[in-house]
Design a protein around this ligand. Structure first.
Ligand SMILES: C[S@@+](CC[C@H](N)C(=O)[O-])C[C@H]1O[C@@H](n2cnc3c(N)ncnc32)[C@H](O)[C@@H]1O
Length: 252
């Protein structure tokens, strides 16, 4: 289990209302419609918009808090969290991704793990994270490896959704009470039919104990988000709400 390098300030977190439009920037994703495709050749598929990640970290955590991205990819959220003075944890099942991020961004101030997000609690321990900012594979739309057994992008839609429910349960365990979990995901096509991953994610996260704080989609006014979302794409903010204290039984 990772040794906490920072003192947690979760109890004094003062979350300001999200979002505040700071800059307009096109979301960079190879999944998106052609007019929005990221321009840099060789850019990592489905990578986060740094502007969006910064806004999420700013809104839902404070300096010193621990921020986790358990689907690290090219390390956008991991890097932004480090640069915003958070303790940053990144995890990916693909050793090449983890090594690449280690080479480019480093792990002096953060923790990088090559592990399966379905085993999060074993790696990090319970109640060790203040904020999760992550972007899982969009089902099998883009396969992130050829044959890595733990790569969720290689699963059938049904197995993918079962795996996401396991990840939701693990995220609930590793988050501190009142911690936030921001997920970016998009609907996909499966054998000609729409697979509404956005709705499926909400259903699975609710069933694992999360509360919905905010849901954003392409209809969200552009002034409310630092980047526009695409049709069928969802930014969902969940919270692990503290259990309400039980009322003492009143005897008459
Ligand atoms: C959509 S990408 C994340 C992109 C990232 N947001 C960025 O900015 O580059 C999804 C990542 O999840 C990883 N992944 C797939 N299955 C995983 C699993 N079971 N556990 C951890 N990571 C996994 C893939 O290797 C891929 O790097």
């Amino acid at each position: 289990m990772a040794t906490p390098a920072f003192h947690s300030q979760a109890t004094v977190r003062n979350v300001r209302s999200f979002p505040q439009a700071t800059q307009l920037d096109l979301l960079s994703t190879a999944w998106s419609t052609p007019q929005f495709e990221r321009e840099e050749p060789g850019a990592f598929a489905l990578s986060f918009s740094p502007a969006l990640v910064r806004e999420l970290i700013q809104s839902y955590s404070r300096p010193g808090d621990t921020v986790l991205d358990c689907f690290l990819g090219s390390g956008t959220a991991y890097a932004e969290a480090l640069w915003m003075s958070r303790r940053s944890i990144g995890m990916d099942c693909n050793p090449e991704m983890v090594e690449d991020v280690r080479d480019r961004i480093g792990d002096v101030a953060g923790d990088l793990y090559c592990a399966d997000a379905r085993r999060l609690a074993d790696v990090l321990g319970p109640e060790s994270v203040d904020l999760v900012v992550t972007q899982p594979p969009y089902g099998h739309t883009h396969k992130f490896s050829k044959d890595l057994p733990s790569d969720l992008s290689l699963l059938s839609s049904r197995d993918f959704l079962s795996a996401i429910e396991v990840v939701a349960a693990e995220l609930f365990t590793v988050l501190k009470p009142d911690g936030y979990c921001a997920i970016l995901i998009g609907d996909i096509k499966d054998r000609g039919r729409t697979m509404p991953l956005g709705f499926q994610f909400v259903h699975r996260f609710l069933s694992r104990g999360f509360s919905v704080v905010n849901l954003y989609d392409a209809r969200t006014p552009s002034s409310h988000l630092p980047v526009p979302l695409h049709a069928g794409e969802y930014l969902m903010i969940f919270q692990k709400k503290q259990k309400a204290p039980k009322r003492p039984l009143t005897t008459s």
